[in-house]
Design a binder for this molecule. Structure first.
Ligand code: AVJ
Length: 360
């Protein structure tokens, strides 16, 4: 890969590190989900104009801030979703493998007890790990409806088409939605429902926003529904940093992809090669921060949003990825009206999955 594991030159990196921000709050956004009767054939992009207006405003606000940032949701066009899929297979990216081991080990028993009739999954991507759950559902003979919720309509379509072949008896209810807004979960799905939020995607949200998201999930849950959550754990910082600085440079390409998305969708004139990938562990927040660091002084023009000047070494924070321990997660749960019923951690402390229930 031509990015070849690039990280910012030391000077740039430390300059960027010095100017890092505690992230701003992400506002709740309007819903972009489909109605009840959505079928895979009917998947379409959320209304294009609505997406563009929202994107333009978020990008304008993020790049106007004293410490520039962008919402990580815009990584995930089709190319970005594919790059993330590649990341999950990298030797350094332990998260996906560790979660899979846990799911294979524990999910069948949890699911057998719950006997869910729906599986509602947030951000399934290519649904690799979902198969572990679907197989367990099949074993438990509680097969019902699978409702994946993803921000990338094109990628969701591909995933559903593949699953349809593998699980011909499973009904599919794909929903295109940005999980920062309303989730668009139909209230008519057969119950009990298992909500799955895997891969530590919750880590992309700061505490207040994570609680808000979990609260919305809680609000969509009935008494017997459960939430299966996967979180990345606090651990040796070197191991975490390596996972976001892979030798092949796939993460760097994934990071820069957000600029290509902005160029294509907003007509921006970012030169992706003039931004260096930077990912480091911010201990004071227990999170990975990903940045794009400008390797020269430059102006970037985004029609309808303005001209954004960059100093040499100035960075855009493109993602946070929070790391947790059990208390952290239980505290998020408590804030969202959930209690943890089960907890399973990887033997090497790499990752954990848990089952949450409505608190009352
Ligand atoms: C999909 C959000 C869980 O934070 O680890 C991977 C995304 N970013 N490498 C993560 C990601 C850089 C990933 N999540």
């Amino acid at each position: 890969m031509r990015d070849g594991g690039t990280t910012a030159p030391a000077g740039l990196a430390s300059a960027a590190k010095d100017s890092l921000c505690a992230a701003g709050a992400t506002p709740c956004l309007p819903k972009t989900a489909f109605g009840e009767r959505a079928m895979p054939e009917a998947i379409r992009e959320s209304p294009a104009r609505e997406r563009k207006t929202r994107m333009l405003e978020e990008v304008r606000a993020g790049l106007s801030a004293q410490r520039k940032h962008l919402p990580s949701t815009y990584f995930y066009d089709r190319a970005g979703s594919r790059l993330f899929e590649q990341i999950t297979r990298l030797p350094e990216y332990y998260l996906t493998r560790a979660e899979r081991v846990l799911l294979m080990d524990r999910a069948p028993a949890w699911i057998a007890k719950l006997r869910p009739r729906s599986l509602i999954e947030l951000g399934p991507g290519s649904a690799e790990k979902t198969r572990v759950i679907l197989d367990a559902l099949h074993v438990a003979e509680t097969t019902g409806v699978y409702a994946p919720i993803d921000v990338s309509a094109a990628f969701l379509q591909e995933t559903v088409a593949r699953l349809r072949q593998e699980y011909p008896r499973l009904a599919m209810r794909p929903i295109v939605a940005d999980m920062r807004g309303d989730l668009g979960v139909p209230s008519t799905l057969p119950r009990p429902a298992l909500f799955a939020f895997l891969g530590s995607t919750i880590g992309n949200f700061e505490r207040a926003n994570a609680i808000r998201l979990l609260s919305r999930l809680r609000a969509a849950m009935l008494t017997d529904d459960r939430l299966l959550l996967g979180v990345d754990l606090k651990k040796d910082v070197r191991l975490i940093e390596a996972a976001y600085n892979d030798a092949q440079g796939v993460t760097a390409a994934f990071n820069r992809n957000v600029l290509r998305v902005l160029n294509r969708e907003l007509g921006a004139d970012f030169d992706p090669d003039s931004f260096e990938h930077l990912a480091f562990y911010a201990s004071e927040h227990d999170r990975i921060e990903m940045h794009l660091v400008s390797n020269r002084e430059q102006d970037v023009t985004i029609p309808g949003a303005g001209v954004f000047p960059f100093r040499l070494g100035e960075s855009i924070r493109t993602e946070i990825s929070c790391k947790y321990d059990r208390d952290d997660v239980e505290s998020l749960f408590a804030g969202a009206g959930l209690v943890s019923e089960e907890w399973a951690a990887h033997p090497e402390g790499l990752f954990a999955i848990m089952l949450g229930a409505p608190a009352s």
